[in-house]
Design a protein around this ligand. Structure first.
Ligand code: ATP
Length: 369
């Protein structure tokens, strides 16, 4: 197992003297032994570059990459003892599954006999339930089976680190869900520290111990899935994590004794100060409501804002529905139960408990509450 650290890591492509592309800037990430880190962010935010610096395929321009406290910046990729899994599987097409799995062990020349290698290949094939496929060539496998072989090739050597670069991107939605659970289980079972790149927030939420949310090469937040969802450090994280998107409106804030009063275009409400960690010193705020936190006022008493909303579209998702509507504040999305009597054009009153409201500073976009 390996304790992975990135310390003030920066990567500039092109000539740093002539304003090259800053792909990653001042990145500090600490991944304890055996943890599963997910690097999450939109296209071009620097996820792959970060993973490649961990794997030794890219040199940092500044800063240190450390494995168990030892700086590995100058250690070549092949000597870092990391295993990488990519979205295109990268299997050898002319070799059988058995040969693909055993290849790394044979090449390492580590004193294993043919019988040892055969035993280890069988063990890993059993773990991944691909024993029946051992004599097949990659062209005879489905996408999910190929990805299992690619995973098998990574675990067979028991590396110090697993690095995954969007490994499920080429699989269909259903298989992606199955495989991400399998990767999660496999990683917990073998306990190898892992870093995993994805732009899919749902995938990140289900698989990660810690998520590093990146934007424009900068770390926005490093936290557990629960922290990045419930306590996003800023507007970017709040909007990138969670689905459907957070509703956002402008508001004015004033102090009223033990509460903050929030006034929006067509609704106002109070937030008790005890729900706010530190004093808010801002007159204008951005007010965020997660669709999951809105509910129909008739179903429960409320101290929150009351938002008269006309239903536009009802999209059932299992026992709940995503309802898109138009309120006096503007377009609104709610995820609610008890939706069966709702139809387009219906009027409903939505509300939210004050403790579930997010407030952001409109200038810095950092979380105020
Ligand atoms: P994606 O999800 O699209 O793969 P990403 O978050 O992995 O994106 P990176 O591939 O790390 O992002 O790229 C980060 C930035 O660095 C981008 O602006 C990209 O254009 C730039 N970049 C990446 N590799 C190179 C390179 N070899 N030369 C120049 N610029 C590069």
């Amino acid at each position: 197992m390996t304790h992975l650290e990135l310390d003030s890591v920066k990567k500039v492509f092109g000539d740093p003297e002539k304003e090259g592309v800053v792909a990653v800037n001042d990145l500090d990430i600490d991944v304890p032994d055996g943890d599963f880190l997910v690097l999450l962010g939109p296209s071009g935010c620097g996820k792959t570059t970060t993973l490649r610096m961990i794997g030794g395929l890219e040199d940092p321009t500044e800063g240190e990459v450390r494995f168990d406290g030892t700086v590995v910046n100058d250690v070549k990729a092949r000597n870092r003892d990391v295993a990488m899994v990519f979205q295109d599987f990268a299997l050898y097409p002319h070799m059988t599954v058995r040969e693909n799995l055993g290849f790394g062990l044979r090449r390492e020349n580590n004193g294993m006999t043919d019988a040892d290698i055969k035993e280890r290949v069988t063990e890993v094939a059993e773990m991944l339930e691909i024993e029946e496929l051992l004599n097949n060539k990659p062209a005879q496998l489905s996408g999910g089976q190929k990805q299992r072989v690619a995973l098998g090739r990574a675990i067979i050597r028991e590396p110090r680190l697993f690095l995954f670069d969007e490994p499920l991107a080429n699989l269909d939605a259903k298989l992606r869900k199955t495989m991400r659970t399998e990767i999660d289980e496999l990683q917990s079972e073998v306990g190898i520290t892992s870093a995993y790149v994805t732009h899919n927030q749902e995938e990140a939420m289900t698989i990660a111990d810690k998520i590093a949310v990146l934007n424009d090469g900068e770390l926005q937040q490093l936290g557990t899935p629960d922290q990045v969802f419930n306590e996003p450090t800023n507007l970017f994280v709040a909007q990138f994590v969670g689905s459907p998107d957070m509703n956002l409106f402008e508001g004015a804030l004033s102090e009223r004794g033990d509460s903050y009063r929030i006034e929006m275009d067509a609704a106002s409400f109070d937030i008790p100060k005890r729900l706010v960690d530190s004093e808010i010193d801002s007159d204008d705020v951005l007010v965020g409501f997660r669709p999951q936190d809105l509910y129909q006022a008739r179903t429960r008493a409320t101290n929150g804002p009351e938002l008269d909303t006309q239903v536009r579209v009802v999209e059932p998702v299992g026992t709940e529905a995503v309802v898109h509507g138009t309120s006096a504040l503007g377009d609104l999305t709610a995820k609610i139960g008890r939706f069966h009597d709702l139809e387009p054009e219906d009027q409903m009153e939505l509300t939210i408990a004050p403790e579930h409201v997010y407030l952001f500073d409109p200038t810095t976009e950092s979380l105020l509450k």
